[in-house]
Design a protein around this ligand. Sequence first.
Ligand code: NAD
Length: 542
Amino acid sequence: MDEPGIFRPPVPANEPVRSYAPGSPERASLQRRLAEMAGERIEMPLVIGGREVRNGRAVPAVMPHDTAHALGTVCWAGPGEMGRAIDAARRAWPEWSRTPWTDRAAVFLRAADLLAGPWRDTLNAATMLGQSKTAHQAEIDAACELCDFLRFNVAYASRMYAEQPESAPGSWNRMEYRPLEGFVLAVTPFNFTSIAGNLPTAPALMGATVVWKPSESAPYAAHHLMRLLQAAGLPDGVINLVHGPGSELVPAALAHPDLAGVHFTGSTTVFRSIWSQVGENIGSYRNFPRLVGETGGKDFIVAHASAEPEALLTAIVRGSFEYQGQKCSAASRVFVPDTLWAGLRERLREQVEAIPMGDVADFRNFMGAVINERAFRRHEEAIAEARSRPGHTVLAGGQVDAARGWFVRPTVVVTEDWDSRLLKEELFGPIVTVAVYPEREYEPMLERVDRSVPYGLTGAVFATDRRAIRTALDRLRYAAGNVYVNDKPTGAVVGQQPFGGSRASGTNDKAGSLWNLARWVTPRVIKETFVPDRDYRYPYMG
Ligand code: NAD
């Protein structure tokens, strides 16, 4: 059916963040839902062509902060089921890719409103229980950011469609933003429910059909998200959910000739391996697949001698330790001038030692557990290294405890060793390393911040001196795709700070923006001439 109108979608606004303060209705409601869901044991099947698929391979999903507590069992697919999911996406493509865009948009706008309303507690509770986020961290991720992705993307799509070429007299040029031909593979990380939602829905909004491989460590939120999308009216086969190990399932999808794109967020190593496999298969695809990957980081805070100590302190604590430092944007290296450090050191130690950590269902906690045993061991090893290596001091934290869950105390390491591994490698946990520099060596310090890591994701500059701010922004021009002045390097908001970095941090296509959506379409230009010429000879030939 044709669309008899040029429709304008609702103007998006950021979903307001609820406080969950004591006595608030939202707190009571979320606590009820948490208790309900923690009391259930559910099955998390694959969803292929709209149908739930189970096989004999059921793996338990546990809470990171209470590893004896299983939330249910997840059905893990094998390459055969990956093939069935691709077939389902291909079968859904002819209809979905021709569905009027307003109908596609309405599905995702309805999903956003369901999430903001009746599904809010379910997705927040799932993110708290399955990924060990506090109520606040779940709210800004699973509820608000995902609502924002869904609503803003619709507005961006409409802006893109309105972008049309000029037409000379006698003709009409039209740009048709065709959905990619084939299927898009969305491979999502454990740390954000909003990213898990955005990576499959952004290409689907643009008319592509999708196979979605969520993280093995976050199947619970993925399960509830898929149910929410179905409740919103997503037609069968448009997004197919395939749980299971990435190393087994992803290569099977990358080998398919109809692979039209990969929408990935996760570690740099995995994205590089995906890119290599696509390279190896390049002769076998019908199209050149679009590769969009947002990957790792080693995000910095640099302080100038003119920085306000109180603001810097708060940024270090929040920027490094919220969600246990498991944000791609989390600060993990901090550079402070000696003159400022003297007054900061003890207060930082005291604040970090006092951070409450534990079960996220206890709302007094600021931190929960890290995601799994592999992460726990990685942090344990880094802390042991900080304790034993010359030139390193553990200023705060350093304790780990796996008795009940994967708990790692927020840890501040101070190092004099500018080549320390802790200043260079992404650990992706609650460990921040501070390097103190002589105040007069501000510019050499900036050079080292820029050169010493392969990443370029986020960073923050603290200074009140305008010249120092300008110098940092200039010297660190490619060191971060999202840079903050006098603010922590985390907490990007859709529509306000489009997110992504370059160098080893990804393709920088800015999630939740028009530039990202542009990767999921392949435009066709139609020129129509109203009165075509009827003589091949040009006037100059006369
Ligand atoms: P990960 O790379 O371990 O996993 C991400 C996804 O890749 C998962 O779905 C996983 O199953 C899959 N995968 C794992 N091994 C694979 C393999 N060999 N082949 C194919 N697929 C495979 O990452 P994670 O631990 O889930 O997330 C943390 C990482 O994500 C960090 O490096 C972090 O910086 C990054 N991250 C980046 C951003 C960003 O916007 N730049 C956002 C969130 C997370």
